[in-house]
Design a protein around this ligand. Structure first.
Ligand code: SF4
Length: 445
């Protein structure tokens, strides 16, 4: 029996790719180990969206030299978004010759074949096929037995000027509705309670199929699947968050009231330079519409500071938008130059110390708002899907509200999978605290 270990960086799409890698490796007879020293096969699933993620991969590859010297039979593979960029793949082959296999996102479905090739080769195997098509039937070994990611669309056609995703994930390709619904039904039969429909831009689902069947239709069909209690989705492009989609969310019982709608900037000038395709006024109207139609909805976002040409006034526009929207939470980050993107060559690159000053101010204010919003939850009642026991206190169970807030309440690990009503008694920056309302049954179970 041979062992494998996968180390994953990046987003949910990468996490799900790792689940597919696990599925394929276990079909090949490998079993998973948490100990790198025990592994016969080590796969690094990379991300190239930010420089920090890339630097972590290079650091890890440097440290692996010793392990490879100790265990020459170890197969090291590097895959994912970073190695879909040909220059990066060639650099890894040159700089870290003890790596056996370098492959991109386009080669994922051929992983068993690539590993077999690398095992029989003295040289680093470099695979460079473009991410095209949709491959069904790849087995996935999921971490949780309760919540599952289900990709619905691959790639992106948006070409935001700072983003490398369209280059490494290819053009938009939707899965066929029948394949998605079949997968969700199978998950329901296995006892899964929650699915998150995944894509770089789920809102453009179906456009390439030419069947007049879009994301709103998919949500309505998924909502009818028995056994599934909750449906989430990410990520949404604000421009494609249509009235039709809002109506579908309103009409469906299982689609949860949490929407991740990345704004990136609050300045119209910067949004234009980013090629985001909407204005701050459009975005604010959209949030107002969602809050009116779906009361109590939680809204989260991605916000970037330090895009080329961003002035202090542009940054203040972002701070003002944050103040108006009052996000429940936000992923905040500084702009990083990404090779091969239009923004890389734009004038007005913002000095690092100025980016730091802006991000610190943004994080401070967003944290205050997140805390205020969580404190305001006290006294409210939420439906919570228990996921397991708290890592720090075995007498507490943890689960999420439909609005995707973590709640801890007295309970045990055996409660995992139960959906209960909880009265919130307190809130901190990262989570809520609650008490189960005994005897109150959830209508959906
Ligand atoms: S929508 Fe823009 S930021 Fe998101 S993946 Fe596509 S190009 Fe990148």
């Amino acid at each position: 029996m041979k062992n494998y270990r996968i180390i994953t960086f990046g987003c949910q799409m990468n996490e799900h790719d790792a689940e597919k890698m696990r599925g394929m490796l276990e079909q090949m007879g490998y079993s998973e180990t948490g100990d790198m020293e025990e592994a016969d096969l080590l796969l690094i699933n990379t991300c190239c969206v930010r420089e920090t993620a890339e630097n972590k991969v290079y650091g890890l590859l440097g440290r692996l030299r010793k392990l490879k010297e100790k265990k020459p039979g170890l197969i090291i593979g590097v895959g994912g978004c970073m190695t879909q960029v040909e220059e990066t793949a060639r650099h890894i082959k040159r700089r870290y010759p003890y790596v056996n296999l370098v492959f991109g996102t386009g080669g994922l479905h051929r992983l068993p074949e690539l590993i077999a090739g690398a095992a029989g080769s003295r040289e680093t195997v470099l695979d460079h096929c473009r991410p095209e098509g949709v491959f069904e039937g790849i087995p996935a070994k999921r971490e949780s037995g309760l919540k599952a990611w289900v990709p619905v669309i691959y790639g992106c056609d948006n070409f935001c000027t700072y983003c490398i995703v369209p280059r490494v994930r290819g053009r938009e390709r939707s899965r066929r509705p029948g394949d998605i619904i079949r997968e969700i039904k199978e998950l329901a039969e296995k006892g899964y309670k929650e699915v998150t429909l995944l894509g770089q831009n789920v809102n453009s689902y179906g456009r390439d199929l030419g069947e007049n069947y879009g994301f709103a239709d998919l949500l309505r069909d998924a909502d009818r699947i028995e056994g599934i209690e909750r449906i989430r989705f990410m990520t949404s492009h604000p421009r494609d968050f249509t009235d039709r989609l809002i109506s579908a969310i309103k009409d469906t019982a299982k689609v949860c009231e949490h929407f991740h709608i990345p704004v990136q900037s609050g300045s119209n000038r910067i949004l234009k330079a980013m090629n985001r395709g909407y204005s701050r006024e459009y975005y604010l109207d959209l949030i107002e519409k969602i809050r009116k139609e779906i009361p109590g909805a939680a809204i989260t976002s991605d916000i970037m500071v330090g895009f080329p040409g961003e002035t202090w006034e542009d940054f203040l526009d972002t701070m003002d938008l944050v103040e108006r929207v009052r996000y429940d939470a936000a992923f905040t980050f500084v702009y990083n130059r990404r090779r091969g993107t239009p923004a890389e060559r734009m004038p007005g690159q913002v000095p690092e110390e100025e980016k730091t000053r802006r991000i610190e101010a943004l994080i401070k204010r967003q944290n205050e708002i997140s805390l205020e919003k969580n404190v305001e939850e006290a006294g409210k009642v939420h439906q919570v899907l228990i996921e397991g026991v708290s890592r720090t206190n075995r007498d507490l169970a943890g689960g999420r509200t439909r609005t995707n807030k973590m709640v801890f309440l007295p309970g045990r690990g055996e409660d995992a999978g139960k959906t209960v009503y909880v009265k919130i008694v307190g809130g901190s920056l990262t989570h809520l605290e609650g008490e189960e309302l005994n005897g109150v049954k959830c209508p959906c179970v």
